[in-house]
Design a protein around this ligand. Sequence first.
Ligand code: PMP
Length: 288
Amino acid sequence: MTDVYLNGIFMNADQARISPMDRGFLFADGVYEVIPAFNGVLFRLNEHLLRLQRSLGALQIPNPHAADAWQALCKEMIGRNGGGNISVYLQVTRGAPDKRDHGFPVPAVPPTVFMATSPVAPSAISNSATAPGAAAIVAEDIRWARCDIKAVALLPNILLRQQAIAAGAVEAILIRDGLVTEGSSTNVFVVKDGRIATPPCTPRILAGVTRELVVELCRNHELPLVEREVTKEQLYDADEIWVTSSSKDALPIVTLDARPVGNGRPGALWKTLARRFLELKRAACSIA
Ligand code: PMP
């Protein structure tokens, strides 16, 4: 049994109780983060906490903790749950007033804070020479107009991911108005003729912490990258496609709608990027 954190108390997961009046339960009125730790060391914590602050700000929910208190809570969660390669899920909702009403509660009630952990499986970058790559499908982006907020309202993402699973794929790459936005839980990069492109950060996508890291790695290692719109046609025509997230790092997509991407194997630029990514992660998390 794992330990979770709920409103100031660490406890066994089966002891945790949340009110049915919680606005997270009734309205999905809350935000979340998933922060990975490798070798027990939190990776890109500050970036996740900054995004948490932006998401809370967009919902006008006061941040219940300062950054150092969040850090201490995350560390405690990792320690209590065995350390190693593990991710911390944290969720903040607008709390549990006694009346169900769309308007924000007056007076405000304390936000509900929940944290849990789960193991992180090794990603494709851990073994870039032999990584097989993964399958994706293309789907219409059926989400709302504020995908930059990391809201717990994930119903469209769930339906899209299930559509991918039903097709034997791991991810759905989403199209809005003929343009690639992102994956159902990842950001998207394409490579054509040795050049890398990723859609710009707008309210149509989540500003992924891993997306930003990959952009940084490309800049630092002179891999040619531009942040620009990518059309559906350019996606189908790409030599390489990568999807990025805190749990997948950078995953090469080798089939799209069951057709090979490029030569159907992880591409040369992905392999270069994967080596750089792994170096950075090892150094940041003191992995030998
Ligand atoms: N887009 C969406 C819709 C996501 O849910 C995620 C995962 N949280 C990402 C992108 C990737 O973000 P990150 O790299 O910060 O995990």
